[in-house]
Design a binder for this molecule. Structure first.
Ligand SMILES: C[S@@+](CC[C@H](N)C(=O)[O-])C[C@H]1O[C@@H](n2cnc3c(N)ncnc32)[C@H](O)[C@@H]1O
Length: 446
């Protein structure tokens, strides 16, 4: 078993030490989503909330807390475990109001547990300094948006009028939305079921026609939702649910549909719940993530002969024939889902933007010739950077005479029309994530 998973299952290791070990892994390139369950599962129910808050909160405030460590520690610290412990200690002192003794002493002890005694002197000194005048330090970082410099610069340039609202919103936890499997029951019926179980929730507008979704208004174990195991309901962000609704006019029983970059299958499942199609290809290049597509579709009862799940590279994959509808949920910087995946702000580098932009374009160029005349392609990202969204599509259209943007209308406060498509910004406290949507039609007669 990999070292980190051994640590997370080690009953002798304290919870703080486990959080530090997880952040150390993240700093070395592992994703939060691969570590969160292994961290939380062995922890007793009473401590889970504290551990969750300590981990997610530290990651959300990472760049704000870094301003303090940079000002107090003159040289860069080479050991990621010590860096993690500094941030975890500071987060407790400045945001969690943990008793000072626990915040300092227990964090220092945790670093010792991880065999990093050499970092304890520095950790102790920094935490004690901040502990003396916490308000001074809190004031220093309160207004900080906790964004890496490259992202702050890009957001300021793309969204000058929304920059502060975005900065404040991106460090908040995201709400949980449910997608009801329309083959099993309606949203209203499921809402009544939640009422019967005393689960607080709201029906929320999606900002497209009269479409709605359900937002949970209480902390809830998802697997314990009524009929979750029977496939009545899934977790899916509100703005992610727009995909299937936007395609309503274009999919019928004769349609051959491609869902490119489909894993873990949220949009694939929604398409299958909503439409009877001739065939759906669900393609992704990541075998592990594809196994989650299988699991999700099995739970929802959506596996049948109309569906092919294929492991392939979107820059090269060729369908057997022409496609009527293509969903390209393009790989992106995922800057629109920072609230759910705060590790992205630690992992992504400015160079990644150009790389993903090139990859998106390569996939687009491979898929476009495979779209039938009159067919539509829905381009989606969970990015809030214009280079991956509006600029990408404006440039694509300028190079393809047979492509035209189809108009549609989204109308929530932060669904913003672009030269091509719409940008949903994740600003509303109870609202959806940052997504971009553009709908293109192919017509050789233009
Ligand atoms: C935003 S996620 C997709 C989310 C998914 N559509 C859903 O709704 O659940 C992007 C996906 O792109 C896939 N991907 C990245 N590069 C790819 C490539 N070159 N070919 C195919 N899939 C790729 C990743 O494995 C990842 O699953």
């Amino acid at each position: 078993m990999n070292d980190i998973y051994k640590k997370l299952n080690n009953k002798k290791l304290s919870n703080r030490a486990k959080v530090i070990a997880v952040i150390e892994e993240i700093l070395q390139g592992k994703s939060l989503s691969s570590l969160l369950d292994p961290l939380l599962s062995p922890i007793d129910a009473d401590s889970r909330g504290f551990v969750h808050e300590l981990l997610l909160g530290t990651l959300r405030q990472w760049w704000a807390l870094s301003r303090i460590t940079e000002s107090l520690v003159p040289r860069p610290i080479s050991d990621p475990g010590v860096v993690a412990a500094l941030h975890v200690g500071l987060y407790q002192l400045l945001y969690m109001h943990t008793a000072e003794h626990a915040a300092v002493h227990e964090t220092v002890e945790s670093l010792k547990e991880l065999g990093k005694d050499y970092g304890t002197g520095l950790l102790n000194a920094v935490l004690r300094k901040v502990q003396k005048t916490p308000n001074k330090f809190a004031k220093k970082i309160n207004k900080n948006h906790s964004l890496p410099n490259w992202l702050a610069k890009a957001l300021k340039s793309d969204w000058p009028q929304y920059y502060d609202a975005l900065g404040a919103a991106l460090k908040q936890p995201a709400p949980v939305f449910l997608r009801v499997n329309e083959r099993r029951c309606s949203i209203e019926q499921y809402g009544r079921l939640l009422d019967e179980h005393g689960i607080a929730h709201s029906l929320v507008a999606l900002g497209y026609q009269d479409k709605q979704t359900i937002r949970l208004d209480q902390v809830q174990r998802i697997t314990e939702l009524p009929h979750f195991v029977d496939g009545w309901v899934s977790v899916q962000d509100a703005h992610a649910q727009l995909t299937a609704h936007l395609l309503e006019p274009y999919i019928d029983g004769h349609s051959t549909v491609l869902d490119m970059c489909c894993a873990p299958g949220g949009k694939t499942a929604h398409l299958l719940e909503k439409f009877h199609m001739k065939h759906l290809y669900a393609v992704d290049h990541d075998a592990d993530r594809l196994s989650r597509v299988h699991d999700n579709l099995h739970r929802l009862g959506l596996v049948d002969e109309r569906l092919s799940i294929i492991e392939a590279d979107g820059t090269a994959w060729q369908a057997d024939g022409l496609l009527d509808v293509i969903v390209l949920d393009a790989p992106c910087t995922a800057t629109g889902v920072l609230r759910r995946h705060p590790d992205i702000a630690l992992l992504r580098q400015s160079e990644d933007v150009a790389k993903t932009q090139r990859l998106q374009r390569e996939i687009l160029e491979n898929l476009w010739p495979q779209l039938a005349d009159g067919g539509v392609l829905l381009y989606v990202t969970c990015s809030i950077l214009k280079v991956e969204n509006e600029s990408q599509l404006v440039d694509f259209l300028s190079c393809h005479d047979d492509a035209m943007a189809l108009p549609f209308k989204l109308d929530l406060a932060h669904q913003i029309p672009q030269q091509v498509g719409y940008q949903c910004l994740p600003i509303e406290a109870g609202g959806g994530d940052g997504f971009y949507y553009a709908l293109l039609k192919k017509s050789s007669r233009t």
